[in-house]
Design a protein. Sequence first.
Length: 270
Amino acid sequence: MDSSLLEDLSVKVIEIANIASNGIMDIYQKNIIDTSLKEDGSDVTEADLLSNNLISKGLADLNLNFPILSEEGHKKEKSFEEVFWLVDPLDGTREFLNKNGEFTVNIALIEKGRPILGVITAPALKKTYLGILEKGSYKIEDGVTKPLIAKKNTGDHIKVVSSRSHTGDKEKSFISKVSKSFKKVESLKAGSSLKLCMVAEGEADIYCRFGPTYQWDIASGQAVVEHSGGCVIDSDFNKLSYSFKSDKKNPSFFCLAELSEKWKKLISKS
């Protein structure tokens, strides 16, 4: 898809994400939030469902006829779709319920398995992240748009970000290995797709995840990271790819500002 068309489309997708974000924040302010359990035992709130409805309507109104695969959607799936929307209407439901602000709205456009456009809004933090094929990545805050360039760290002070709610033993083991390879390692915590955004904007050098994630959790963040100059790869150094299947999970992955030889050695041993 032409990058100039993607740039124009990104403005409309940001508007859709902001509409969903406003709906989420209305519910966020409530004292009691309606919550139920999905089949996999995870929480789904009234905010997840409202956001999904608003995003689905907004994308459909674009009249592009791209199908939508959403975490909260129940559309009939085809075996293959070359271009489709991949949506997480509320990423970080646990952070939303804990009211720490670290939750996001994720909308990605996938073409031939690759995220060519990614929009992430953080409603409570009032931040927007954007990644566009061949146009770069950006952060929008307080009305100011700032280009994002993944920071190439040549020193021995490394910042590792991990999930605030889902850090397991494998992640801890990998961070321990990293700690032995650099003079100073700073461990950071964050929720939702904000961890990938932190790598894209130079607030962290690496985010690793060994536990299960679904493709809608990562696609938008991968767009932001990749188009800022970073990468999101599996343990065999392949870029994560996406397909129109709701049960498709991501492999273990590493999100880095730069895939140096030192990082390659650490990843290959993990």
